[in-house]
Design a protein around this ligand. Sequence first.
Ligand SMILES: Nc1nc(=O)c2c([nH]1)NC[C@@H]1CN(c3ccc(C(=O)N[C@@H](CCC(=O)O)C(=O)O)cc3)C=[N+]21
Ligand SMILES: [Mg+2]
Length: 303
Amino acid sequence: MSKTIDTILSEHPMTATIIDGKSVAAKVRLDCRARVDDLKARYGVSPGLAVLMVGDDPASAVYVRKKIQACADVGIRSHKFLFSRDEKQSVLIDKIRELSADPRIHGILVQLPLPKHFDLKEVLGAIDQEKDVDGFHLYNVGGLVVGGTVFPPCTPYGVMLLLDNSGVEIAGRNAVVVGASNIVGKPMALMLMQREATVSVCHARTRDLAQFTILADILVVAAGCPNLITGPMVKSGAVVIDVGINRLANGQLVGDCDFEAVRRRASMITPVPGGVGPMTVTMLLVNTISSAERACTQVLQAS
Ligand SMILES: Nc1nc(=O)c2c([nH]1)NC[C@@H]1CN(c3ccc(C(=O)N[C@@H](CCC(=O)O)C(=O)O)cc3)C=[N+]21
Ligand SMILES: [Mg+2]
């Protein structure tokens, strides 16, 4: 009698191939560089990104620095605007409106989280939807639901690119997303659904989480809980994408998976750091360049 694939795999525990986000990101950034050069040559335009940060959260400061460095690496102009944490919302919104009207700015990003007294919907709603490179404006969220959004949100967009780059088949396969945030889990589920995966969305508190995760051919974890996913929760041969970023008391940066144990079950896995994180920043560059390209070609069509 022939053995099932699960039996064969459990008799021969594998060591998952590491999906190297840094190297995929580097490839995409080469392409970014070429597109920036092309815009300059054809239209004399260099893409511009405005980054607005409220308060001085150290993690946000690290991410903002990475984004600005990445812009510089591919030739995108970046403009940083800092606001004190008790700044009035109207001041932030006035700046967003001014940047929305500025033709030299092609992307506007408000670093999250914002301090509690800000109304996130109002702040994000003030961003010109044509410059919403994070894809957080309701117009772009709606586009994601209908398919063919203008700005896919950076983290799930980066995950799709990692899957495609690794040759992972999506249509017809079981995808399980753990964590249903607006920034990662929800758009991730929609993108996988659009590609005809059978998608389940779970939460860190889902009762008997393992009975869902064990079915996943593609498991995307974005819950922000170290060691939430242990080895036995993962189907043999699954592709595991760990979006979690957790700083342990000892300073170590870890994802949401028990990495070594999950690695022995999975066929491919993203590390933390060096997996999804570098892709998030890279897709921001891609969205900013796409925005500048659209702006340039729209001007041509209008004249
Ligand atoms: N408006 C907005 N847009 C965002 O895209 C956004 C945000 N707010 N707020 C916070 C999250 C988080 N985020 C990351 C960016 C880079 C890494 C990254 O580069 N991570 C590296 C390591 C980072 C480190 O060493 O601390 C890695 O995983 O290899 C991670 C996470 C963007 N976010
Ligand atoms: Mg982003």
